[in-house]
Ligand binder design. Structure first.
Ligand SMILES: *Cc1c(COP(=O)(O)O)cnc(C)c1O
Length: 229
């Protein structure tokens, strides 16, 4: 049976292979281990195997894990799930990154509630480029206005774009979506100094995402195994 450490090695190898076939710079893609629904002991195993970036979807579950593991102070915690406005305070007080910003109200509250003794909260804007109604995220037309608003919030640092492209599409449709995201990201990075992150690619599509310029892949199942829920 494969251990979490084995699966991490495989995931990193797959990332390195995709980077090489895309002729990109080594180390240009970061691996976010998505530990939602998995126990703290799994995170500890991944940590021992050298993993430092972890992503959580559910606010209370994530905050509980952050508190339990606060002695592992070099973990970088990413919130990647939807945020209701009555939960922004504990997010601002615990996470290092929020990748799922999809409206100004949430951004403002996170900015106002970020504690003064912590560095600015790193944020990504979530895009719903295929305009799937079941998914969070803004459409590309709304991006410039939200970018400008976030740049006026001093307790947030805009790092880039996050997206969850549809999995069950033709290769051509997948290519179109990923290429559109890459182009929006390149434009944004050219305008804003702090932008360095295109967070796209999961267990099923990380190679295609890396071919299209992803700088951060979010991998759950391929590291921790299938989820119950
Ligand atoms: C669950 C989740 C992932 C990880 O998905 P896997 O298919 O398990 O790799 C990545 N990103 C987001 C936003 C998620 O909710």
């Amino acid at each position: 049976m494969q251990t979490i450490a084995d699966r991490l090695i495989n995931a990193r190898q797959e990332i390195d292979n995709a980077i090489a076939s895309a002729n990109r710079n080594p180390h240009s893609v970061r691996l976010l281990a998505v530990s939602k629904t998995k126990p703290v002991s799994d995170i500890e195993l991944a940590y021992e195997a050298g993993q430092r970036l972890f992503g959580e979807n559910y606010i209370q579950e994530g905050v509980d894990k952050i508190q339990t593991l606060k002695h592992l102070s070099d973990i970088e915690w990413h919130m990647i799930g939807p945020i209701q406005s009555n939960k922004t305070k504990i997010v601002a007080e615990h996470f290092d990154w929020v990748q799922s910003i999809d409206r100004l109200k949430i951004a403002r509250r996170l900015n106002d509630q970020r504690p003064e003794n912590m560095p600015p909260l790193n944020v990504c804007i979530q895009l719903n480029i295929e305009q799937e109604t079941t998914k969070s995220g803004i459409i590309p037309d709304e991006l410039p206005a939200l970018v400008q608003e976030i740049l006026n919030l001093p307790r947030l640092s805009l790092r880039g774009i996050m997206a969850i492209p549809a999995a069950d599409v033709t290769p051509e449709a997948q290519h179109q979506t990923l290429a559109a995201l890459q182009s929006l990201y390149n434009d944004l990075a050219a305008q804003v100094d702090t932008v360095d992150t295109l967070s796209v690619g999961m267990s099923g599509d990380m190679c295609e995402a890396i071919t299209h310029g992803s700088t951060m892949v979010r991998i759950g199942t391929a590291i921790f195994g299938a989820r119950q829920q």
